[in-house]
Write a protein that binds this ligand. Sequence first.
Ligand SMILES: NC(=O)c1ccc[n+]([C@@H]2O[C@H](COP(=O)([O-])OP(=O)(O)OC[C@H]3O[C@@H](n4cnc5c(N)ncnc54)[C@H](O)[C@@H]3O)[C@@H](O)[C@H]2O)c1
Ligand SMILES: O=C(O)C(=O)C[C@@H](O)[C@H](O)[C@H](O)COP(=O)(O)O
Ligand SMILES: [Zn+2]
Length: 359
Amino acid sequence: MTNIEVKTRVKQYQIKIMINSLHHLGTLVTKVWCARQVAVVTDTNVGPYYAKLVTDELTAAGFKVRVMTVPAGEESKSWSQVQSLINQLSAAHFSRSDGVLALGGGVVGDLAGFVASIYMRGIALIQVPTSLLAQVDSSVGGKTAIDLPTGKNLVGSFYQPDLVVIDPAILVTLPPRMLAEGYGEIVKCAALVGGDFWQSLHQITSVAAILPAAPDLIAASVAFKARVVMADEHEQGQRQLLNFGHTIGHAVELLADGQLMHGEAVAIGLVQVCRLFAAHGLAPTSLTSTLKARLMAVGLPTELPPIAPQAVVAVMQHDKKVHGAALTWVYLSAVGQPHLYPIAVKDLATWMGDLWSVS
Ligand SMILES: NC(=O)c1ccc[n+]([C@@H]2O[C@H](COP(=O)([O-])OP(=O)(O)OC[C@H]3O[C@@H](n4cnc5c(N)ncnc54)[C@H](O)[C@@H]3O)[C@@H](O)[C@H]2O)c1
Ligand SMILES: O=C(O)C(=O)C[C@@H](O)[C@H](O)[C@H](O)COP(=O)(O)O
Ligand SMILES: [Zn+2]
C-alpha cells in the first residue's frame, strides 16, 4: 500500500493507493468515520460494476448505505443534479454526522464533493475514484465543481475529503478511451515535474501499456499533486501551475459540446499552449513535438478542432484564472521548467491570433 498524507490548514487525511483496496473499503472507512448513514454517489456506468461491493463492504463495517446514481457524463456536473442529490439527502434525513462517498470518475467526484460541501453547510466526504483521471488528479486536492453554460467549473468549492481510496485494479473495466484521457493529465504532471517522472513516460508506447504501469504513474502523479496542494491549497501561487494546458483545454472542452473528454481537451491544450508560446519566442519549438509524441503514443488528440477563434477567446474571458483584467497562462521553457504568464484580457484575441496563423 502506498500511503500519501495531505495536510492542509483545515484537514489532514490519507490517500491510500493499493491494488484491491476496494475489497478492504469497510475497514479503511472505519479508521476515519464512526457508524453513520453513507450516501454512495455513483454514475450509471460505474454503479453496476462496483456499487454492490462498496455497499457490502460498508454495511459489513456497520454503516447504513444509500446508493444515489446520476447519469454518466459531464452534463451531470449541473445544478439539476446538485438539487436532486440534496433533495435525496434531505428526504433520507442525512444529518451533519452522516457522509457522502463519491464512487466514480471526475464527474462524480466533483459533483458529490460539491454537494457534500454545501449540504447543511458541509458534511463529511470520502473520495473513491474509479477512472484513471480521477485516480491521478481530480480526487486529490479538494477542488469540487459544477459547470455553467458559460464555462467549466464556474461554481464550486475547496473541500477536502476525510480519505481517498485508490484501487488501480478497478481500471480494468475502464474503456481504452478513458484510460488514454486520464493519461493526458499524467503527461501534464510529468511535464511540470520533469526528471525521472518524465523519462518514465517513454515506456508508454500505446494505450495497452498504461494499465500495467498505472500503480506507479498514479503514485507519482498523486505525490506531486499532494505536494503542490499542501504548499498552496487555494491556488494563490504554485497550484496555478496545475492549470498547464487548461486555458485552451477548458475552452475547447466546453465548445466541443460533449465530443471531447476532459483529458482529451487538456492534451490539445498542452500541445497548443507550447505552440503558442513558441510562436511568441518564449519556448523552444521542439517542446511542442516532445509533448505531442507522448500524447500521440496513446492516441490522444493534439490538434484544435474546427472552432472559431473568437468563440475560444470569448470562453476564456470567463476563465477563473482572470484576475485584474489579465488571464494567467502556464507555459514551459523546457520539460520540468514551468512559468506563469499573465496576458491582458483585452490583448487575448491578438495574442491567440498567432495560434491560428502560425503553423
Ligand atoms: N477536481 C479536480 O481537481 C479535477 C481535476 C481534473 C479533472 N476534473 C474534472 O473531472 C471530470 C473528468 O473526469 P473523468 O475523465 O473521470 O470523467 P467521468 O467521470 O465522466 O468518467 C469517464 C467515464 O468513465 C466511466 N467510468 C469511470 N470509472 C470507470 C470504471 N472503473 N469502469 C468503467 N467505467 C468507468 C464513467 O462512467 C464515464 O463514462 C471533468 O469534469 C473535469 O473537469 C476535476
Ligand atoms: O487541482 C487543480 O488545481 C487543477 O488545476 C487540476 C486540473 O487538472 C483540473 O482540471 C481542475 O479541475 C481545474 O480547475 P479549475 O480551477 O481550472 O476549474
Ligand atoms: Zn484537468
